[in-house]
Design a protein around this ligand. Structure first.
Ligand SMILES: [Zn+2]
Length: 165
């Protein structure tokens, strides 16, 4: 038997920053501030991420590029590494992401790359918490309640093990 399955997800779209709830708005402002600390001399595409932990603590990350390009890292994974390294028992509950090209914040939200989606997915799996994803642009902001919307059928060794006969 062949089944055709369909996967869809919902997300919120905001036209104005002041429509965001106060917590999300604060996180976006920290991500935008983090952008200014990015090291992106090659792409000139600067990205900032801010993660809110369950305690309310906010940690940030930026992209850090390198002349040997695979050695660079994205802002999202940098922020998450910072959170896990310094606050391992304080679970991430939200991440805001902002980006700047040619010295201007981007008009549209910039979604995380595939590598970062996988890493965020594993953090959700590790902590058992959904991580709210806030993608901010100057003209619109998307809010997604969990990485599963951006990464369906995700690779997860626990799923694999439990699916074994
Ligand atoms: Zn990435």
């Amino acid at each position: 038997m062949i089944r055709i399955n369909n996967i869809s997800f919902s997300y919120q779209e905001f036209d104005m920053d002041n429509e965001l709830n106060p917590g999300d708005r604060e996180l976006v402002s920290v991500a935008r501030e983090a952008v200014l600390h990015a090291y992106a001399p090659y792409s000139k595409f600067r990205v900032g991420a801010a993660i809110r932990l369950e305690s309310g603590t906010i940690v940030r990350g930026t992209n850090v590029e390198n002349a040997a390009s695979p050695s660079g890292i994205c802002a999202e994974r940098n922020a998450l590494s910072n959170a896990i390294s310094n606050h391992s028992n304080d679970k991430p509950v939200a991440i805001a992401i902002a980006a700047m090209a040619e010295e201007e914040l981007t008009d549209n939200p910039i979604p995380p790359c595939g590598n970062c989606r996988q890493v965020i997915a594993e953090e959700e799996s590790r902590t058992g918490n959904h991580i709210r994803i806030i993608l901010s642009g100057k003209k619109k902001t998307f809010v997604i309640e969990s990485i599963s919307g951006l990464l369906p059928l995700q690779f997860n060794l626990n799923n694999f093990k439990t699916n074994l006969p």
